[in-house]
Design a protein around this ligand. Structure first.
Ligand code: MN
Length: 336
């Protein structure tokens, strides 16, 4: 049975930006800095390009949502967010973006919710902004675009950020960006720097570093959300756990929980960009429908086929409700 018009549909990985952010990213593309993350913005950050309009035009976004009965977009500052700027620029841009996002939500409080940006380049000021974004601006969680200058959240210098997210009871959505400098040489060719393998390689490495370093023993209630049907991690669960056992014997892995145990306790996934029912059914089977949220990945992915797919996917109606809205309401504190 297909979902009806009255079904609440909360899309949970919907990219958003503002002219100041687009201009700052575009300025980076005009440098001689040859970073994989600057390839896409040469198209998307150009004013009035289709992606630029998709990211910045709220009126157009609402029209597209209305056309498919999409109730809510959970907005997030588009990748790579503030993570390519120097620390001061990043802190200022995160503050401005969060203010602007809160204003956008205030104009359409039943249609938009938002994930707050912060600048990992300065963990202390990141924590201050995270607290402001939740307590004052009432945003719904946090967005992190994977690595920062080639560093990952297993590095203890970033742990104040994890401590804050856990204390605030708000999830961190780890969104892809292009592979870091450590992997860049292998991902620059054949288009592999994007979701053509690079994005899930980047985020899955990030998550495995977090899981295996043992940080989830220190932050047992930390909630991490990843998109793209789990960035390939669910499909490797059995083997990860098996090989983890060997490494425990060899004594070279610090974490004391199996990867599968941590994933089942601390991770949620979204369907962003993956409109594939066999993959969805697999994830429902191994993770449970409580762990899965629907997302479009607008404007990088087209809205109508994503809605149609989730409307019609051959899953139970109870699971469709959880994935379309129930789980997002809980994890992101979106009023029902
Ligand atoms: Mn995305």
């Amino acid at each position: 049975m297909a979902a009806d018009k009255k079904m609440r549909r909360i899309a949970t990985e919907e990219a958003w930006s503002m002219p100041e952010h687009m201009a700052a990213i575009l300025a980076l593309t005009k440098s001689t800095w040859d970073d994989l993350d600057l390839r896409l913005p040469r198209r998307s950050a150009v004013p009035n390009s289709p992606l630029y309009n998709g990211l910045t035009d709220d009126k157009r976004r609402l029209e597209i949502m209305d056309a498919d009965d999409v109730s809510v977009h959970l907005l997030s500052l588009t990748s790579p967010g503030v993570q390519m700027f120097d620390a001061d620029t990043a802190v200022g841009m995160a503050t401005l973006a969060n203010d602007r996002m809160a204003e956008t939500i205030a104009k359409h409080p039943t249609r938009f919710a938002g994930l707050a940006s912060f600048a990992p380049q300065d963990p202390k000021r990141a924590v201050i902004e995270m607290e402001r974004a939740i307590n004052k601006l009432k945003l719904n969680g946090f967005i992190l675009n994977s690595h920062t200058n080639g560093e990952y959240l297993d590095n203890p210098k970033y742990w104040p950020i994890l401590e804050a997210a856990e204390a605030l009871d708000r999830a961190i959505y780890i969104h892809p960006r292009c592979p870091s400098k450590h992997m860049a040489a292998l991902y620059g060719d054949y288009g592999m720097y994007t979701a053509l393998w690079g994005f899930q390689a980047e985020v899955s490495v990030h998550c495995m570093r977090m899981i295996l370093c043992g940080l989830f023993e220190r932050f047992p209630k930390l909630k991490i959300v990843i998109g793209h049907m789990g960035e390939s991690i669910p499909y490797n669960m059995w083997r990860n756990d098996y090989i983890y056992g060997l490494h425990k014997e060899w004594g070279d892995v610090p974490g004391n929980l199996k990867p599968g145990e941590v994933f089942a306790r601390n991770f949620w996934i979204t369907t962003s960009g993956v409109e594939h029912t066999p993959a969805l059914k697999y994830c429902i089977e191994v993770l449970g429908a409580d762990r899965i949220m629907w997302a479009i990945d607008y404007p990088y992915q087209v809205s109508p086929p994503s809605v149609k797919w989730m409307n019609e996917a051959e899953i139970s109606e109870a699971d469709r409700h959880k994935i379309f809205h129930g789980n997002a309401e809980k994890i992101f504190h979106i009023a029902g």
